[in-house]
Structure formats: structure tokens, C-alpha cells
Write a protein that binds this ligand. Structure first.
Ligand SMILES: C[S@@+](CC[C@H](N)C(=O)[O-])C[C@H]1O[C@@H](n2cnc3c(N)ncnc32)[C@H](O)[C@@H]1O
Length: 179
């Protein structure tokens, strides 16, 4: 699900923002985790996902081709793990949940160097930005996939409501903010 350029960008971020945890919300089959572990095997990677695809879109997500509930369903956490042929590349912590402010509270507070969000919809993107923002250390990075992508308008709305300066990355549908 990641373009080569996006995988390259994630890897360069993994080599630059090295001090603390990498948190990935929306991992599907784990291409993002493997990209990072391949260049930083010792990175502490935390993933959060329903492992059952997208929830219902909200009105902020409305477009002619809105991504819909149930898309990107990997079929559960055990199926997810089976995509990791090299078990040493598995995430260090896996949280299976529908992302809501209440459910996210089981993810303990920790210093974060990289927050990667790839959730396609407004509500989970907003909830994750609001929950993890206090854990981002100085010199950390937020990378949001589908920022500006026409099928995911709610993602950009959530980022704009979060505030700060978002920049695009050539060849990627990423919005990036350095803290
Ligand atoms: C586009 S895929 C992620 C692709 C992945 N980052 C990659 O590199 O291939 C979106 C993921 O977000 C998860 N997701 C979307 N909305 C969610 C929600 N409300 N709660 C939990 N997980 C959600 C889906 O289950 C899916 O795995």
C-alpha cells in the first residue's frame, strides 16, 4: 500500500528521528513496519489498528469516491502477523482496537519520535493527533498518509484542525510536520 517513494521517505525519517518510539496507526499488512525495521531493526515500533479495515466515514470524508467502511480489511491480527516472514520485523507492541479517545487510553504514554498515521478517514486521524500530540518529543515528526488525496478529504481537514505547518513530500501523498 506504500509507494516506493513513501517507503523511502519513511526509512529516511527512521534514520533521522531515532531517540524514541515509532507509533504507526493504520498498518494494514505492515509494509510501513517492515520498511522501518529494515533500516532500524532496533526501533521500538508500536502499531494500532482494528485489523478489520475502515470504520464508517463521517461527513468530513465526503467526496465522490470516499473510501468506505470495510476497505483495507486484513482479516484480524493473526493474519496481520502472518505477513511478517521475518519475525524479527514484527512490531514490538500491537494494539487491536477501533480508534476512539476511550480505546486509545490503553496505549500508555511514552516519548515518541515518529508518529505515522495512515487511517484514511477524518475521525481516527483527528483522535490520534489529539491523543499522541503530548507524547511527541522535541525534534520529532508526524507523517500523515493521504494528506490531500482526493478520496480521503477528511485526513487533510483533521490535520488543518490540528494546526501547525504541514508540508508535502514530492512523489508521496504525505503531509509532514516537524515538531
Ligand atoms: C490504508 S490502510 C494502512 C496502510 C499501511 N499503512 C501500509 O503501509 O500499507 C488503513 C488501515 O487503517 C486501519 N483503520 C482505519 N480506520 C480505523 C479505525 N477507525 N480504527 C482502527 N483502525 C482503522 C485499517 O484497518 C487499515 O489497516
Amino acid at each position: 500500500m506504500l509507494l516506493g517513494t513513501e517507503s523511502d521517505f519513511l526509512q529516511s525519517a527512521a534514520l533521522k528521528f531515532t531517540d524514541h518510539d515509532v507509533v504507526i496507526c493504520g498498518t494494514f499488512a505492515g509494509d510501513d513496519v517492515r520498511a522501518i525495521k529494515q533500516v532500524r531493526p532496533n526501533a521500538h515500533v508500536v502499531v494500532v489498528d482494528s485489523f478489520l479495515g475502515l470504520a464508517k466515514p463521517s461527513f468530513e470524508d465526503t467526496s465522490q469516491e470516499t473510501v468506505q467502511a470495510g476497505e483495507c480489511n486484513i482479516g484480524g491480527v493473526e493474519k496481520y502477523k502472518s505477513y511478517f516472514k521475518n519475525k524479527s520485523e514484527l512490531p514490538d507492541e500491537i494494539y487491536q482496537m477501533w480508534i476512539t479517545p476511550e480505546n486509545l487510553m490503553i496505549v500508555k504514554s511514552r516519548p515518541i519520535s515518529i508518529l505515522f498515521l495512515d487511517l484514511d478517514h477524518y475521525q481516527p486521524t483527528k483522535v490520534c493527533l489529539d491523543y499522541f500530540k503530548f507524547m511527541l518529543v522535541n525534534k520529532s515528526v508526524i507523517i500523515v498518509h493521504d494528506y490531500g488525496f482526493h478520496r480521503c478529504p477528511g485526513v487533510k481537514i483533521a490535520c488543518e484542525q490540528f494546526g501547525g505547518t504541514w508540508t508535502g513530500v514530492p512523489g508521496c501523498t504525505f503531509g509532514v510536520q516537524i515538531k
